[in-house]
Unconditional design. Structure first.
Length: 486
């Protein structure tokens, strides 16, 4: 499994860094005409074929572009003997991209044999090609390799957001070199200026406040907002809040993890979060007994429920039982075996309200005591928000008429087996994934038993809820639902 460690990336503020020079507009490198892919593209971009890559660049590179590059170097008073061309040496998700190196070779020849750097290479695999900006913010490339005290021209095949170039520039400048410009084969006009405009900065800071933006960037990326590219700053400025931006980055990392990436920092945090569960109180034994009594009372009342709704008295008793369970979960505990017993008793209630309240209390307690990073805070808050939606859906599904209206508003892709994949069902699926990820961390056998029991409780809640869905929609109930006792 590839490991991506979001270590603090070194970048520098842009200052008067010049716009990139592009050979052509976006899409022209890959295609010769509409829907006609260049025959050399796949070999150079994905298969690591150097001959195809060079042939592609030789055929696509305009003479006028070389002329603009020479004029730029003259304006900047760049001595070609002190110039080094450095290609973005990246491992793409689909293979080894040789096009940047081919660009370097062709340009070097056009400039009379300028030195090409073969030492600086990308040290992690982030597979940014074809990905959206949230993935690019979540997975930033890092570079390694020696740097000479010379001037560097970065070359790449494509410029979109500019994060890769910004990080490579940071590596070069940090280690004694100086990045003087960027050359790419294709880009959109607005992407050529890497540094944000004053208008973008004003929008970003007026909306989110500069100090908070800097704090967010340092926590997420390791550098402040003056080092963001124009595309990155614009994306953050467009978000409704920094918390929402953090959730989007966190979701992108979670999606990346499911597709083969492992974020080292997130794994470490999950391990810290799990091991800190050892803070408990001995009072749990007494409260466990109270829970058992409360559960018995709840079961008695559930038998008296009407088919359409709870009575006020029933709901009050259930709420008191749920609050008691939430209080137990929220307290500090020392005995892992006792906590496991509590979770088993929660399962035995077969009461969705209690199961959700207890799990929400678990997450609130995590947020209060164990969240030790911006990313963890966002993850836990997202889980609590999802539980709130699940609780609302639980109330709605008990009103058949209202729930049929809900189903009628959902698209076909959100219906499976005649049952809506509503907020409740989506919460269960997402939370099961969170708990499964915890099981992959270095935690004790007892702690894993607790997490498995929490997963089992979610499974029970899901099965009961699906029967409530069937009942509300007039569908036949399943007599033998795995994990559900009648």
């Amino acid at each position: 499994m590839q490991q991506y460690s979001p270590e603090p990336h070194y970048r520098e503020s842009w200052g008067n860094f010049p716009p990139a020079i592009a050979n052509d507009v976006m899409g022209t490198l890959r295609f010769d005409a509409k829907d006609v892919e260049a025959p050399e593209y796949n070999g150079g971009k994905r298969a690591g074929n150097m001959e195809d890559a060079v042939a592609l660049i030789q055929r696509k590179l305009f003479k006028n572009t070389i002329k603009k590059l020479k004029q730029f170097l003259q304006r900047e008073n760049i001595d070609l003997d002190s110039l080094v061309i450095v290609p973005v040496d990246a491992v793409e998700g689909a293979g080894k991209n040789k096009i940047p190196l081919a660009i370097a070779k062709v340009i070097s020849e056009e400039l009379g044999g300028v030195v090409i750097d073969n030492e600086i290479k990308q040290s992690n695999k982030v597979s940014r090609t074809g990905q959206g900006i949230n993935h690019r913010l979540a997975f930033m490339p890092t570079f390694q390799g020696g740097v000479a005290p010379k001037k560097y021209l970065i070359v790449d095949d494509t410029l979109r957001v500019g994060g890769t170039i910004a990080n490579l520039r940071g590596h070069i400048n940090k280690h004694g070199g100086k990045t003087i410009g960027v050359f790419v084969m294709q880009s959109d006009e607005q992407s050529l200026t890497l540094q944000p405009s004053q208008k973008t900065y004003n929008k970003l800071y007026n909306k989110h406040q500069k100090e908070k933006v800097d704090e967010f960037c340092i926590k997420e990326f390791g550098f402040d907002s003056t080092c963001l590219t124009r595309g990155e700053a614009g994306n953050i400025a467009a978000s409704t809040s920094l918390d929402e931006m953090g959730r989007r980055i966190s979701d992108a990392r979670e999606h990346g993890r499911r597709n083969g990436f492992e974020i080292t920092r997130t794994r470490e945090e999950a391990g810290q979060y799990s091991t800190k569960i050892e803070r408990r109180t001995t009072e749990i034994e007494r409260r466990a007994t109270e829970i058992e009594r409360s559960s018995t009372e709840i079961e008695r009342i559930r038998e008296k429920r009407s088919k359409t709704a709870h009575s006020k008295r029933d709901r009050g008793v259930e709420r008191r039982g749920a609050n008691l369970l939430a209080t137990v979960i929220d307290s500090d505990k020392k005995n892992l075996e006792s906590e496991l017993e509590v979770l088993k008793k929660i399962k035995e209630t077969k009461n969705i309200g209690i199961i959700l309240s207890a799990e929400k209390a678990n997450l609130k307690n995590d947020l209060k005591h164990y969240a030790n990073s911006f990313e963890m805070v966002n993850n836990i808050k997202a889980g609590i928000d999802a539980i709130n939606i699940a609780q609302q859906d639980f109330q709605t599904v008990q009103n058949p008429e209202a729930y049929r209206v809900v189903k009628s508003t959902m698209s076909c892709k959100d219906i499976l087996g005649g049952l809506p994949l509503d907020g409740f069902r989506k919460f269960i699926t997402g939370h099961q994934t969170r708990l499964s990820n915890l099981l992959k961390t270095h935690i004790s056998v007892k702690e894993k038993a607790i997490i498995r029991q929490r997963k089992e409780n979610m499974k029970i809640a899901k099965n009961i809820y699906m029967d409530l869905q069937r009942k509300a929609l007039g569908l036949p109930l399943k007599k033998e639902e795995k994990g559900l006792e009648r």
